[in-house]
Write a protein that binds this ligand. Sequence first.
Ligand SMILES: Cc1cc2nc3c(=O)[nH]c(=O)nc-3n(C[C@H](O)[C@H](O)[C@H](O)COP(=O)(O)OP(=O)(O)OC[C@H]3O[C@@H](n4cnc5c(N)ncnc54)[C@H](O)[C@@H]3O)c2cc1C
Ligand code: SF4
Length: 328
Amino acid sequence: MPLPAFQYLEPKSVKEASRLLRKTGRGKVLSGGTDLLPLMRMRLEEPALLVSLGAIPGLSFISYRKGRGLRVGAFTSLAAVGNSPEVKRQCPMLAQAAEKIASPQMRNAATLGGNILLDTKCPYYNQSPLWLESGERCLKAGGDRCLAVQGQDSCYAVWSSDTAPPLVALDARVKLVRGERARWLPIERLYSGLGDKPCKIAADEILTEVLVPEDSCRLQTIYLRYSQREVIDFSVVSVAAARYRRKESAEFRLVAGGVDPAPKRLLQAEALLRGKVIDKSTAQKAAAAAAKEVGPIKDVFYPSRFKRDVLRALVEQAILACESGKKE
Ligand SMILES: Cc1cc2nc3c(=O)[nH]c(=O)nc-3n(C[C@H](O)[C@H](O)[C@H](O)COP(=O)(O)OP(=O)(O)OC[C@H]3O[C@@H](n4cnc5c(N)ncnc54)[C@H](O)[C@@H]3O)c2cc1C
Ligand code: SF4
């Protein structure tokens, strides 16, 4: 399907980009376009203006400073994130996740910022206009109820971005710029948990960089994902695990993708591991708790039970992998 008509501008600064978005009221930021342009072709997004970040200097970089942490510009390509020796050294799990996304061509075009702000996916919504017109529209498509979860009045479309679970597990911060003002936000708080509006970012706000703080660098971490195909496919379920070194004992941060409209912290599983000797038995208990705390999983392609089983297996594997690789 051809793209709908739109105006296209290339501002030279973030401030100008934000001003243009505020002025039009119906604009969208364009980074790699690998998610936004397909949505526009399907008429699921019809912005009057696309504001490209491509001509703004200083949005594509990777830098590490001791004491501060790892900073990555929002316009940095996923290929650059996945291949960066600095990312591999400081936050290997972020490189692992970026390397698994889509295909080499897509990773060259797609950006970290676009991946963090990816829209949720659902087979009742991500369809052509003809398909949507042939039946009742769901809540996210302008109707009044969810079709995937009968009788529900909120949207359960699932979170599928691969870099977000690792960044939440690493307690990363994002910088959001709106006009003259900038704010730093823990990435966990960027996500609303609502499938029809998953990111809490204003229409004229621009994500400019991501910071992984120093105490989240060089940890024992792992990112695992299950997808039907190895390439050009979204993850069905994913798990990011980070093992923090605390004074008395180790502490885990565990985050799942594909099971909720946001990257989901597995808090009960984390609590079960706190202060414990980590062996197969504790890992299995935590994994069982994780499988219980994510429900209800509403994914029309995969039964809830299947997703829970995959999640349980990935959580157990991730905990044991982090523990066996511990350095202290
Ligand atoms: C075939 C295919 C396979 C895919 N496989 C995967 C996969 O395995 N894993 C995965 O995670 N994703 C996958 N994707 C989704 C997508 O390509 C990626 O998530 C990509 O990282 C999106 O980045 P982008 O730069 O292209 O974003 P864009 O499409 O340009 O933007 C995405 C959204 O974010 C907004 N935005 C972008 N940058 C900013 C910013 N700096 N500030 C404010 N708003 C911004 C845009 O307005 C838009 O709403 C796949 C897509 C396709 C088509
Ligand atoms: S989860 Fe429900 S409301 Fe959300 S996109 Fe799917 S069918 Fe629509």
